[in-house]
Design a protein around this ligand. Structure first.
Ligand SMILES: Nc1nc2c(ncn2[C@@H]2O[C@H](COP(=O)(O)OP(=O)(O)O)[C@@H](O)[C@H]2O)c(=O)[nH]1
Ligand SMILES: [Mg+2]
Length: 247
């Protein structure tokens, strides 16, 4: 299978925030009837139409990796978990809107997942320091999902969303708030579905894709990496990943 046929997206957040319920909803388009404790890591797959409705549209698989565990785990658990952080194309951070701590802990999850190469795991958060600047050059697309919106009374929603606004400032992510027990929140055509699709589109490592520009006689290639035309010979390894675009 070509590497671009599937991308790996991590789903991170405290236990009980609704990761398994969310992944089930995203992959099976159904409510998870009886969530059980996630042991170790579980992976489910969502079919995604990349750039839906455009000439470049193509169907890919998104692997959603629910790594599980607690961010306050012992360093041995963290270093085991670090194995999953390799070759990640996107991260979904999940917090429970009714649980303030779970929102605050996303900073710790982000430190663990995004900063793993800079500082040894285990000492990242002990002093509670958090420096937004260290994520300034982050290239991994991020989505923050707030769950259990149904548990918050209409009159309290503004207050809760104000309280969690720091996450948008920290990560500059796409953001969705929903009820994982109600598929209507992700109904096709809804603003949430559009955000989700935009996030998954961003998870594809486009830099490696050259787009053939087909003339009546000549075929040349637009290379996003070079931001200009290039020769096919440099990119034969990506033949099967090429998206066709007519000029
Ligand atoms: N009301 C409500 N319950 C939810 C929502 N998301 C998850 N839950 C419930 O929260 C509990 C924990 O969910 P689970 O998916 O196992 O969380 P995980 O530990 O992060 O995988 C389960 O009882 C779910 O049914 C939501 O958006 N609204
Ligand atoms: Mg779970």
């Amino acid at each position: 299978m070509a590497s671009l046929d599937r991308v790996k997206v991590l789903v991170l957040g405290d236990s009980g925030v609704g990761k398994s319920s969310l992944v089930h909803l995203l992959c099976q388009n159904q409510v998870l009837g009886n969530p059980s404790w996630t042991v170790g890591c579980s992976v489910d797959v969502r079919v995604h139409d990349y750039k839906e409705g455009t000439p470049e549209e193509k169907t890919y698989y998104i692997e959603l990796w629910d790594v599980g565990g607690s961010v306050g785990s012992a360093s041995s658990v963290k270093s085991t978990r670090a194995v999953f952080y390799n070759s990640v194309n996107g991260i979904i951070f999940v917090h429970d809107l009714t649980n303030k701590k779970s929102s605050q802990n996303l900073r710790r999850w982000s430190l663990e997942a995004l900063n793993r190469d800079l500082v040894p795991t285990g000492v990242l958060v002990t002093n509670g320091d958090y420096d937004r600047e260290q994520f300034a050059d982050n290239q991994i697309p991020l989505l923050v999902i707030g769950t259990k919106l149904d548990q918050i009374h209409e009159t309290k929603r503004h207050e809760v969303l104000t309280r969690t606004a720091f996450l948008a400032e920290d990560f500059n992510p796409e953001e969705i708030n929903l009820d994982c027990t109600n598929p209507r929140y992700l109904a096709a055509g809804s603003s949430n579905a559009v955000k989700l699709s935009r996030f998954f589109d961003k998870c594809f490592p486009l830099r490696n894709i050259c787009i053939p520009i087909i003339d009546s006689l000549l075929t040349s290639f637009y290379c996003p990496q070079l931001e200009g035309k290039c020769g096919m010979t440099q990119h034969t390894g990506h033949r099967e990943e090429i998206l066709f675009k007519r000029r």
